[in-house]
Design a protein around this ligand. Structure first.
Ligand SMILES: Cc1ncc(COP(=O)(O)O)c(C=O)c1O
Length: 371
């Protein structure tokens, strides 16, 4: 076999590059002989405050009885999601993270004859799940750090089945203005399913958040994705959801693994959704610390992309080398060379004390490299 990943699996599957996740604390502690308690992980855009205490209570209640499979219909969570978003019960579908729903879109919509379109600098799962279907992904160059919405719509052909678009966008941190998004959704031909990934929606100021009702009115062939992994701090439980016409969600549901969302995940998500004070507190902390980190990058003389999310992209020269030097010191950031951004790093915004540790180590690493 020619390369390290080749097996007797399908050739197009052998060719899929492995997903490079943020390194877990336990792995970094083992590799560098560090005390796990002193490691700061700012690599996967997780909530540094944890999750709502009400979600923790809900999880504890589930722990008392684990015999039964979860509610197949996710009844209680779906009712809560429908009410919170002003849509009907059959317009929402939970998944095992929004990643689950991205996967099912690729399985249901793409094959060797039907391709996906993504903007340059997109969440890696869009392309990898398309590749698993033997489908091509057409990458439309960004305009500066923003999506080129005109070029994305213009790239559509009869063979385009899906456009994946995230706003705010990971790993860049920029967001599409609501009016531009609406114009884009109106311009894309009706045969294309537009997947609008709003994993970081809640970090936008309210006035900059797209109006769901207007989006659904403008475009029928639309799937909006949300997650409990970011603002709600439930990444460990893997819960996300889609909002779309019932016909679209019915396809996704048929493709999902039965009982995809665990009982604890459903209960914790419902409790987290209700705790708007917790989400607001994290939103506010994130906004304050984002300003502080961006000001610090400026004072170091580093370029950064002003962020609308809970992470910041900043330029350090040799991204993988600086990430490695920080990791040796117990600070885990995310290299983005796999996006073609070798000179940049992405850092998730942590608690004030975590950001202090990150900044002081970054200053020392940069000084050492300059010496
Ligand atoms: C843009 C984007 N979409 C989706 C996801 C996946 O989130 P989930 O944990 O819901 O699978 C992420 C996670 O980092 C993301 O950045």
């Amino acid at each position: 076999m020619s390369d390290a990943y080749a097996t007797t699996a399908l050739a197009h599957v052998n060719a899929i590059p492995p997903y490079p996740p943020g390194r877990p604390i336990s792995a970094v502690a083992r590799e560098f002989g560090l005390d796990p308690a002193k490691i700061v992980k700012l690599a996967s855009n997780e909530n540094p405050m944890g999750c709502s205490p009400k979600a923790l209570e809900a999880i504890a209640q589930c722990a008392a009885d684990t015999r039964f499979y979860p509610d197949f219909d996710n009844y209680s969570l779906r009712e809560a999601l429908a009410a919170a978003n002003g849509v009907s019960f059959d317009q929402v579908l939970p998944g095992a993270g929004s990643s689950d729903l991205i996967l099912q879109v690729s399985r249901g919509w793409l094959n060797a004859e039907r391709h996906a379109i993504v903007p340059q600098y997109s969440f890696a799962a869009y392309e990898s799940t398309a590749a698993a279907q033997g489908a091509q992904t057409i990458v439309v160059p960004a305009k500066g750090w923003d999506h080129d919405l005109v070029a994305l719509a213009a790239a559509v052909t009869d063979a385009t089945a899906v456009i994946f678009l995230a706003t705010p966008n990971n790993p860049i941190g920029t967001a599409v203005a609501p009016a531009d998004l609406e114009a884009f959704l109106a311009a894309v031909p009706a045969h294309v399913l537009v997947v609008l990934d709003e994993a970081y929606r809640e970090f936008l100021p309210a006035a900059e958040q797209p109006d769901l009702k207007r989006l659904l009115a403008i475009r029928e062939n639309l799937l909006v994705l949300r997650t409990f992994s970011k603002i709600h701090g439930l990444a460990a439980l893997r819960v996300g959801y889609g909002i779309a016409r019932p016909e679209i969600l019915s396809i996704l549901k048929r493709l999902q693994m039965p009982f995809a969302v665990s009982t604890a995940g459903q209960a914790a998500a419902e409790a987290a959704l209700a705790d708007t004070d917790f989400a607001q507190a994290y939103h506010d902390l994130n906004a304050r610390e984002r300003d502080r980190l961006q000001a610090a990058f400026a004072s170091f003389g580093l370029d950064y992309v002003p962020s609308k999310a809970n992470f910041i992209l900043f330029e350090v020269g040799d991204g993988p080398a600086v990430a490695q030097a920080l990791m040796r010191r117990g600070v885990i950031t995310r290299p983005v060379a796999n996006y073609g951004l070798k000179t940049w790093l992405r850092v998730s915004i942590g608690l004030p004390e975590e950001n202090d540790v990150f900044l002081s180590n970054l200053g020392e690493v940069l000084a050492q490299r300059a010496a």
